[in-house]
Design a protein around this ligand. Structure first.
Ligand code: PDD
Length: 290
């Protein structure tokens, strides 16, 4: 994994080797913070405003007051790319915590939020995008505020590891059989030409790519039905796919060892992949349209 050398720390730029992070820090001791992962194509952010808006919504939901305004943060993120001469495909990891303070569960009175952001090189996984991925199902044991992009990711980490242990890409999470999302992505089922996905309630992260996919379906006149489907519906699905900033629109061709339809990425999924590539202005069209 290649991390670009310049890191944004608060509103300053530092070299990654000189970043000294305090050990009494709320993110490390309580997971007390929020984050974003923003995709970059050819050195340009994709859905930057949407991610920054969600960061502020997440921070507000856990009562972290960011004194930096949105425009200033966006300017700093652009500056971060320039200082790293970043012109490739990658992502930015951006984290805001409640700050550094002696360990105590209650909010510290005099701590200011800590923020940092760094850039990682991430090539598109064209092979997976063309061929699709296998997944498992897993119980959703997370809390009730999954719309907050919180640093508390232990249930997500455990579910994703379970998927990896089964040589799978993702874990499809369900609460009593009702599918919510995946460990690090949103999930959709296609049946008779309509797309079904869990409504954007407190039980899922409101994905930036999900929001965009909904717009693509409007343009393509594909019904987008915000209605949770059940684990039992998966076996009868025509198509299944997931979305996230790093996975894009990714076909799911297998769940718990069972093939979905003919085991190949479906037509609606492919149409959405093409819409995504156009929207993200991805010049390298080597994936779905070949
Ligand atoms: N994950 N649901 C969960 C639980 C997620 O963690 C993510 C993103 C998504 C998709 O959100 P978006 O479309 O805004 O990327 C849905 C990021 C990529 C991560 O944690 O690495």
């Amino acid at each position: 994994m290649f991390v670009y050398p310049v890191i944004l720390s608060q509103d300053k730029f530092v070299h990654r080797d000189s970043l000294n992070y305090p050990f009494e820090e709320r993110s490390m001791q309580f997971g007390d913070g929020v984050y974003e992962v923003i995709r970059i194509y050819n050195g340009t952010y994709y859905l930057l405003d949407e991610h920054v808006d969600r960061l502020y919504r997440s921070a507000e939901a856990i009562k972290i007051n960011l004194d930096l305004d949105k425009d200033k943060l966006i300017a700093l993120l652009h500056d971060l790319m320039e200082r790293n001469n970043m012109t490739e495909d990658g992502k930015v990891y951006l984290q805001v915590t409640r700050g550094s303070a002696p360990r105590d569960h209650v909010f510290p009175l005099d701590a200011a939020p800590n923020m940092y952001a760094y850039v990682v090189k991430v090539p598109r996984n064209t092979e997976l995008l063309s061929n699709g991925v296998a997944t498992i199902t897993h119980r959703d044991i997370r809390w009730e505020y999954c719309f907050i992009k919180s640093l508390n990711l232990l249930p997500n980490v455990l579910a994703k590891q379970e998927a990896k242990d089964h040589h799978c890409y993702e874990a499809i999470l369900h609460k009593d059989g009702l599918v919510t999302e995946c460990s690090a992505s949103n999930v959709y089922l296609v049946k008779n030409g309509s797309i079904y996905t869990h409504p954007a309630t407190e039980n899922i992260l409101h994905g930036c790519v999900r929001m965009r996919v909904e717009q693509f379906t409007n343009d393509l006149q594909i019904p987008f039905i915000e209605e949770a489907f059940r684990i039992e519906d998966i076996g009868k699905a025509d198509e299944l796919f997931l979305t996230s900033s790093t996975s894009e629109v990714l076909p799911i061709i297998e769940v718990d060892g069972q093939q979905i339809a003919d085991g190949k990425p479906g037509n609606i999924t492919k149409k959405l992949q093409a819409a995504y590539e156009k929207d993200a202005n991805i010049l390298n069209k080597s994936t779905v349209n070949q």
